[in-house]
Design a protein around this ligand. Structure first.
Ligand SMILES: NC(=O)c1ccc[n+]([C@@H]2O[C@H](COP(=O)([O-])OP(=O)(O)OC[C@H]3O[C@@H](n4cnc5c(N)ncnc54)[C@H](O)[C@@H]3O)[C@@H](O)[C@H]2O)c1
Length: 323
């Protein structure tokens, strides 16, 4: 067996801490070598690994073969570029970028450097979602005609809502659903996006651009209609579901609300682990990960169209988006 992949993790917050444990102890083919976080003490919490404040120092660490970027979204594209230019393989949490120019820069940097670039669309690694895609590929339900994907987060306090950046519901929450819907309708292209959204949970922050509830309609060029739906406040727990209705049947993924886990790290623990197992396998074998920078760009393009649709209160046509 080859040596485990030596990974440096950037951003030791909520999801970064969970991913750090995965890389350190849940997988046989990864090793957590270093952690970087600008907040004093944050990286030092992890024993037996080098701690940095500056992510660029972690990227320059010669013992780091790959980086896992788990810092806030605004930092992602620059860190992907810096890591790729240093010859490091990259796992980047979603969203990979917040503008299409930044997405292109990140994709190009990885391509030029010849490093792997995988984005954190963990839902693809959940066994029920993966089984759904495999059955679609096998032709079990014919041509997809109606697709649904929903994300309901388990609650948001007023204190946190006050700090949420505008458009987070599209850029960071529904981006998962946009990726899922494209992935479950293989080969189809998105032609139109129409979004409605409001602040139903914390209406007092609507004026500053806060949105906590949304429905987004997506039209594909194979005729399929899709709906992505999100709420930041499901009082019963974290609720993620998907459905594809086709010419020959229907497939479902996700659990009934009464079975939903309280946190994403409970519901998707196995999927988060499987995505890093896949990343390490690909890097060690020299193959391309199944979730690419190009996939992240497509999901971002839908997120940006959803924003435009809210601003114009009209559907937005998309040309050339490959799903
Ligand atoms: N795939 C998923 O299911 C999932 C779940 C949660 C979060 N995320 C994504 O992960 C990212 C982080 O989210 P979070 O909830 O863990 O945020 P968080 O605020 O809990 O953690 C972010 C951490 O990054 C650090 N940081 C800030 N700027 C940095 C920089 N320039 N370089 C390095 N570190 C920096 C902060 O000090 C903090 O410790 C977001 O993009 C989010 O969308 C994905």
């Amino acid at each position: 067996m080859s040596s485990p992949l030596s990974v440096g993790l950037i951003g030791a917050g909520w999801i970064g801490s969970f991913h750090a444990e995965t890389l350190a102890s849940r997988l046989p083919n990864t090793r957590l070598a270093a952690v970087a976080d600008p907040v004093p003490g944050a990286a030092e919490r992890f024993s037996g690994v080098r701690a940095y404040r500056d992510p660029l120092q972690l990227i320059a660490d010669p013992d780091v073969q790959a980086v896992a970027i788990c810092s806030p979204a605004t930092s992602h594209a620059d860190l992907v570029v810096a890591a790729a230019q240093a010859g490091k393989h990259v796992f980047c949490e979603k969203p990979m970028a917040l503008t299409l120019d930044d997405a292109d820069r990140a994709i190009e940097a990885a391509r030029t450097a010849g490093v792997a670039l995988q984005v954190g669309f963990n839902r693809r690694f959940a066994t029920d979602f993966a089984a759904m895609r495999a059955r679609i590929d096998a032709g079990e339900i014919g041509t997809p005609q109606l697709l649904r994907s929903l994300t309901r987060d388990p609650g948001i306090s007023a204190e946190v809502a006050a700090r949420v950046k505008p458009w987070t519901i599209f850029n960071e929450t529904l981006i998962h659903d946009f990726d899922t819907l494209c992935w479950l309708n293989p080969g189809a292209r998105v032609t139109e996006v129409y979004a409605q959204a409001d602040a139903l949970v914390h209406p007092q922050f609507a004026e500053q651009g806060f949105l906590d509830t949304s429905v987004v309609q997506i039209r594909f060029d194979n005729g399929a209609f899709a709906v992505a739906e999100a709420s930041f406040h499901a009082v019963y727990g974290y609720d993620i579901r998907g459905e594809v209705f086709g010419s020959g049947g229907v497939l479902l993924a996700g659990r009934a609300p009464e079975d939903a886990g309280k946190l994403n790290t409970e519901l998707f623990a196995a999927a988060y682990t499987a995505q890093f197992a896949h990343f390490a396998d690909c890097v060690l074998a020299g193959s391309e990960p199944s979730v690419t920078g190009a996939d992240a760009r497509i999901a971002l393009e839908i997120a940006l169209a959803a924003r435009e649709s809210i601003e114009t209160t009209a559907p937005v046509a998309l040309n050339g988006v490959l799903a």
